[in-house]
Write a protein that binds this ligand. Sequence first.
Ligand code: FE2
Length: 392
Amino acid sequence: MQLANTNWNYPTTIWFGNGRINEISQACKKLGINNPLFVTDEGLVKLDIVEKTINILKRDRLNFTVYSDVQGNPTEKNVVDGVAHYLKNKHDGVIAFGGGSAIDAAKTIAFMSGQTRSLWDFEDVGDNWSYADPAGIAPIIAIPTTAGTGSEVGRASVILDEKLHTKKIIFHPKMLPAIVISDPELTLGLPPHITAWTGVDAMVHAIEAYCAPGYHPMADGIAIEAIRIIAKYLPIAVKDGKNLEARGQMLVAASMGATAFQKGLGSVHSVAHQLGAIYNKQHGLLNAIILPYALKQNKSAIEERMVHLSKVLGLEKEGTDAIINYIIGLRKELNIPHTLKEIDINLDNAQEIGEMAYKDPSTPSNAKPVNAKDLEQLFRAAVSGDINGLQA
Ligand SMILES: [Fe+2]
C-alpha cells in the first residue's frame, strides 16, 4: 500500500485512576482556572457524585458556580444560556462533568464563551472552525461519568438544532479538553441499561473507525484493542456494576474508541444521529440496534478486517457474518432489542431520514461509499429486522 500524507492527533492528557476526582482543584490550578463553571446535566445534578465533587471544590476553597440546564440531547439554547451564565459570573474555565451530553454542552459553552459569531457559523463544514477566535476559547477539564461517548478526548460536540430537528457537529481543535480526569469510581452507580447502551456506543466508535477507509494505523490499533477490552468487560460491567476493574477497563476503552474515531465514523452514526434528533432516543441504544445491519451492508468492503477482528475476539468462525452473529448475541446478553420497531420507531419519514443521514458528517468515512437510498434501506432494515434483505 502507498503510504499517504495525513495528519494524526493524540494530544490528550488523561489522569486515570480510582479516586482521582480528588485532584480536580490541582487540575484547575495547572490550567490557571480560578473560577470554573461546573457544567453537568439536569439528571446528573441530583446524584451523589456531583455533590461529592462539589464538596471537593468547596474543600479546596475554589470559586465556582453550577450550570445544569443541559438536556439528554443538548440544544443550542442549552449552550446559549450556558454562555450567558458563564459571562455573568466571570468564569475563566469550564469543568465538563457527565456523559456525552454534559461534556458536549460544556465544551461548546467553553468554545462559545469568547466568540462574536453565532453557534451554527461553526458547524463542522469545510473550514468553518478557522473563523473562530482561538483566544476566546476557555480551558476545559473533562470528567466522564459514563463509559461510552469518549467526548472527553474529542475536539467536537454534537448539538441539536431544534428548528431543523437535526444534530449538528461543532468542531474546533481547541475544544479538546486540556485535562481529563478519568476516575472509574464515578461510574459505579450507572444503571445496567445505561452501562450497556453507552458501552456499545464505545464499541461502535471503535468498529466504525476500524472500518473507515484511510491510512491511520495508530487509530486502527487503538480501535482493535478497544473492541477487545469492551467485548471482555462490558458484559461484566452490566451484570456487576460494582466491579471496579470492569468499570475502569470500560472507561479507558471508551476514551480509546473516541480517540480512534478521528479516523472517521460511518453509516451507523449517520442514521443514529437523525433518529436521535427526531425521536429523542438514547444515542448508544440507537447505534447498538443499527450496528449489525450496517455491517451487513458494508460486508464487501470490510471482510478482511472482520476476519482479523474475529481472530482477536477468538470467535469460532471468521468474517463479517461471524462478527454480526457475535454482535447479535452480545446485544441479547445486554437486553438490547434487535429492531428499531421495538423502541417505537416506524418507517415514517424513511426517505427523509435517508437523505438527512447522507448529509451527516459521518457518511463520507463509511467503510464503502453509500448514497441516500442505501441509508434509507439501512434504516428500513433496522426497523423491520430484515438483515438478510440488505445488499452487501
Ligand atoms: Fe457515538
